[in-house]
Write a protein that binds this ligand. Structure first.
Ligand SMILES: [Zn+2]
Length: 330
């Protein structure tokens, strides 16, 4: 069971696909030609990851496309307002809250190139297939409430897109790119948050999109190898960015990212120590609490409780199930 399902509770109104969408709805300008569409992560609903939009000379580059239709429609409305098109999609990783809008955007802009790790193909035959089976069982369970059932069907529909979620440009190593006229560096981290995680550094704006290598209010360990994730964060520190856009949560300055990275490493060290969960959660909140409202603290503790029991403090075989490679240096 994923944490996304684990933490769904209370009001479960699905984000309304038919809601009117205005072009600048929720869009934040990070520099003169780079915009952030914040994702949502509210109790009772499945999350959307953040999307970063970069203007290029032949159209927009969209880094991550959210999960829900309304998120992708916001991207399309924004691009329409600009009388432009989507030239390229870059997906940070295969989680549905980052690739869910791909199909809608590609339907509208069939020539858009899709840059992503080929790891999604493996995920479709393994993790996502298992997740789909769980969702189908819950949809079929007569005890499942109608609104919950609808929510599960959204994810089943996304998984059933199958090949339409695959990249046209599989990324298998870190290298520089020129896409839509922009000078980019796309990095590949393996076995960090997922089998293959991409980050994107834009030289023009010095904005770094980190995908779920940085998430708030807590790291999402569902498919992660924590030790390699830590190494990936150390590598990000070497990039000359001035703003970092996480997969979930507000954009961070360099100093804020450094604080996040240290909090991450201390969380792993705490989990490996004799300290209690409450002490570890206190430490995490002390260092990262300014990145989210105080009303989130209860949920932070609940999520860390789940991740400690299911991942960080689970039996070694379970704890390390996504660590298929030796830890990287640093
Ligand atoms: Zn995510």
């Amino acid at each position: 069971m994923t944490s996304w399902l684990r933490f769904l509770s209370g009001c479960c109104a699905l984000v309304c696909a038919a809601a009117p969408v205005s072009a600048n709805d929720g869009m934040l300008r990070l520099s003169n030609d780079v915009y952030l569409l914040p994702g949502s992560f509210v109790p009772g609903a499945q999350p959307d990851g953040n999307s970063l939009l970069l203007s290029g000379d032949t159209g927009w580059i969209v880094f991550d496309t959210g999960r829900h239709v309304v998120h992708a429609r916001r991207i399309l409305a924004f691009v329409d307002e600009d009388l432009s098109r989507v030239a390229a999609i870059v997906n940070s990783h295969w989680h549905l809250d980052h690739v869910g809008g791909n199909a809608l955007i590609r339907e509208r802009f069939p020539n858009a190139r899709v840059y992503a790790s080929p790891g999604i193909e493996h995920a479709l035959g393994s993790w996502l297939a298992n997740y789909r089976a769980q969702l189908v069982a819950m949809v079929d369970d007569p005890k499942t409430r109608a609104a919950e059932r609808e929510k599960y069907r959204v994810d089943i529909g996304l998984i059933d897109l199958g090949e339409r979620l695959l990249p046209t440009e599989p990324i298998t190593r870190t290298r520089n790119w020129r896409i839509a006229g922009r000078q980019l560096r796309i990095g590949l981290e393996t076995d960090a948050v997922t089998e293959g995680d991409l980050w994107l550094y834009d030289r023009g704006s010095r904005v770094l999109a980190a995908g779920d290598l940085v998430t708030l209010p807590v790291p999402f360990f569902d498919t992660a190898c924590p030790a390699r994730w830590s190494s990936a964060l150390a590598g990000l520190e070497d990039m000359p960015f001035v703003r970092l856009v996480p997969g979930h949560g507000p954009d961070l300055t360099r100093d804020e990212f450094t604080r996040y990275r240290h909090a991450f490493d201390e969380l792993l060290a705490c989990a490996a120590s004799e300290q209690t969960l409450a002490q570890c959660a206190d430490g995490w909140i002390a260092q990262t609490g300014s990145f989210y409202p105080e009303t989130e603290h209860t949920r932070v503790r609940e999520m860390l409780d789940y991740y400690f029991s299911q991942h960080l403090r689970a039996e070694p075989a379970q704890r390390d199930r996504f660590c298929t490679q030796a830890p990287t240096a640093g």
